[in-house]
Design a protein around this ligand. Structure first.
Ligand code: CUA
Length: 314
């Protein structure tokens, strides 16, 4: 690439230019005030220097107006940066669009494993369509990693035992670096990959090449581990029916309620007795250590699909 020198990596996502603008504004702000302070210190030191041994400065009373001004004006300016930054933050962490696609990332010493809902799986590679919002759902199989795509200005810790997510829209075709940005062991520096942003039609062709969708894989696990013998769809099993459970409000023993999301389903598989659904007995065994993080994501995808096709799954 014959590219002139640039301080910043390529800007290939909807957030990239917004974050760059904020960074540039903060830098100019800091440089301006640093210069102002240094110049003022220097000028005052010259102007008010002691001119003779008998020099006695006049007594000065403070100025309330001046003190309020130099406290409140910078406060308002910094608050402006806070609002600006918070606005971008919410866009990256909590603004799903209706057509958002989900990508599932599992970090592991020392590789990135990616699952696409249609079934494609890849390692240290990530294919994405241009112009469509992506929700990354990420988890680690071992230690803390950090999923970092500089061209997207995306950097988010990938943590064992907890899903983290991030929303971003690729806005430029091309290949970009993918890094692990959290020291995670001897091969940390080798935990890298490539992101390919493709035309949507090409992506659809590529994504359709997987052999089995995540939902289908999840259903196979659901049967393999015997979940289907208790969680009968008609609700007459020893465990509650999972049809329509995803996204719904679940009533627990003791009267507490919660919204069934990815984290709840994962916990219910690994630590089923921590939250018992009302009117059911605490008889489900744990599946801790038996199902991989990728498998858990597939089971969640399956449970989610029971929500979507409610009625016809029966
Ligand atoms: Cu994974 Cu550093």
């Amino acid at each position: 690439m014959n590219k002139t020198f640039s301080l910043l990596p390529e800007a290939a996502s909807n957030l990239a230019t917004q974050i760059d603008d904020l960074m540039t504004a903060e830098m100019l702000f800091s440089v301006f005030f640093t210069a102002l302070i240094f110049v003022t210190v220097f000028v005052f030191a010259m102007k008010y220097r002691r001119r003779s041994a008998e020099d006695r400065p006049p007594h000065i009373h403070g100025s309330l107006l001046l003190e309020l001004a130099w406290s409140l004006i910078p406060f308002a300016m910094i608050l402006g940066f806070f609002v600006w930054g918070a606005n971008i933050y919410f866009r990256a962490y909590a603004t799903p669009q209706p057509d958002a696609m989900e990508i599932f990332v599992t970090g592991k010493q020392w590789m990135w494993k990616v699952q696409h809902p249609e079934g494609q799986r890849e390692i240290n590679e990530l294919h994405l369509p241009l112009g469509r919002q992506v929700k990354f759902t990420m988890i680690s199989e071992d230690v803390i990693h950090s999923f970092f795509i500089p061209a997207f200005r995306l950097k988010k810790d990938v943590i064992p035992g907890r899903y983290t997510s991030y929303y971003v829209t690729p806005t430029k075709l091309g290949d970009y670096h993918l890094f692990c940005a959290e020291y995670c062991g001897t091969q940390h520096s080798g935990m890298i990959g490539t992101v390919h942003v493709m035309q949507p039609t090409e992506y659809a062709k590529w994504a359709g090449g997987g052999d089995e969708s995540m939902t289908a894989r999840g259903e196979a696990l659901f049967n393999q581990y015997g979940c289907s013998t208790c969680h009968l769809p008609d609700g007459k099993g020893r465990g509650p029916s999972l049809v329509g459970v995803y996204g719904s409000t679940v009533k627990l023993q003791g009267g507490k309620t919660l919204k069934a999301d990815d984290a709840y389903i994962r916990e219910s598989v690994l630590n089923p007795r921590s939250k018992i659904v009302d009117t059911y007995a605490a008889i489900m065994p744990t599946f801790q250590g038996q199902i991989s993080e990728e498998g858990l994501l597939q089971i969640i995808a399956y449970v989610k699909s029971l929500e979507k096709e409610e009625g016809e799954q029966q």
